[in-house]
Design a protein around this ligand. Structure first.
Ligand code: 5RP
Length: 286
């Protein structure tokens, strides 16, 4: 593997333990200002120091992340349809590799839609993106998108989608957790990372992360289950304790509750600023 590609991958999957905590905040590319991500900077800022990398679009990167903060970026480069449009699978590559280089990203991400109307286009796009990004040593993360039908996606389907992504040259695959997840991981020759999916109770989300890691996933790329929690910082720290800290679900959930109890100051969460009271200017004595 080329040095540059290896170096970029190691910013995402940490060489110390081969694990990854990614924070996904790319949802606006088809969902618009989705709940708790209405003002991206506000959502992202307190979480930055607890994730290994950030997955987002160039628009949110340029407007809402401080360029001085040393966070590896996984740039979403596909899009083209919205939640109110006709077909979510109708995506193309929307961001050039040249612009990704300008943004100094560590990897590119795009969705594939196996079994959907635009399956062919998305797979050909993946092959082309791997070709082009490969010229510059930039790895590609393929996201096995499931459209609006998450419930129907089982190990059989996700194994198929992940394996196809790897066959097309993706360096990492992001998919959803399911029963028999070992089957998905074992038949995919590149590292598998899980998405969190729709919001769950915190303990259930921690269970999902734990089970995925136990089944062989190298990490998580979670979004809603972090920032739609009432306590995003304790939540990402608890997820991190599972992925990098070898904690089980009970330990991680106890850690979460402890952090919540400690309150927002300890957790670096945004503080409510009390506006200073207006006082009448003192009259100068003559
Ligand atoms: C959408 C994505 C999202 O980043 C992904 O769904 C992860 O976020 P969440 O944990 O909220 O599911 O790639 O295609």
């Amino acid at each position: 593997m080329d040095w540059g590609l290896q170096n970029r991958l190691s910013r995402i999957i940490k060489p110390a333990d081969g694990k990854a905590v990614m924070l996904a905040v790319d949802h606006g590319y088809f969902l618009g200002p989705t709940e708790s991500l209405e003002v991206p900077r506000k959502t992202i800022q307190p979480l930055l120091k607890y994730c290994d990398s950030l997955m987002l679009t160039r628009g949110v990167l340029r407007t809402s992340v401080d360029a001085h903060f040393p966070i590896p970026v996984v740039l979403r480069v596909s899009g083209g349809s919205s939640i109110i449009g006709e077909d979510l699978s109708n995506e193309k590559i929307t961001t050039s590799v040249k612009d990704a280089i300008r943004l100094n990203v560590s990897a590119l991400a795009m969705s594939i839609f196996v079994g959907a109307k635009h399956e062919h286009d998305s797979l050909v796009s993946l092959g082309n993106l791997v070709n082009e990004a490969g010229e510059y040593g930039i790895p590609v993360l393929a996201v096995t998108a499931v459209g609006k039908e998450l419930k129907k996606r089982d190990a059989r389907y996700l194994s198929l989608a992940c394996r196809i992504a790897a066959e097309f040259g993706a360096h990492m695959v992001k998919t959803y957790y399911c029963d028999d997840f070992e089957k998905v991981v074992n038949s995919c020759p590149v590292p598998v990372i899980i998405a969190g999916g729709p919001k769950l109770a915190e303990k259930e989300a921690l269970e999902l992360a734990f089970n995925a890691i136990k089944a062989g996933a190298v990490g998580v790329d979670m979004g809603r289950n972090i920032w739609q929690s009432d306590h995003p910082v304790p939540m990402i720290r608890a997820v991190r304790a599972i992925v990098h800290g070898h904690q089980n679900v009970t330990q991680a959930y106890d850690f979460f509750k402890k952090l919540v109890k400690e309150g927002p100051t300890q957790n670096n969460e945004p503080q409510k600023v009390n506006k200073p009271k207006k006082t009448k200017p003192k009259r100068k004595s003559k």
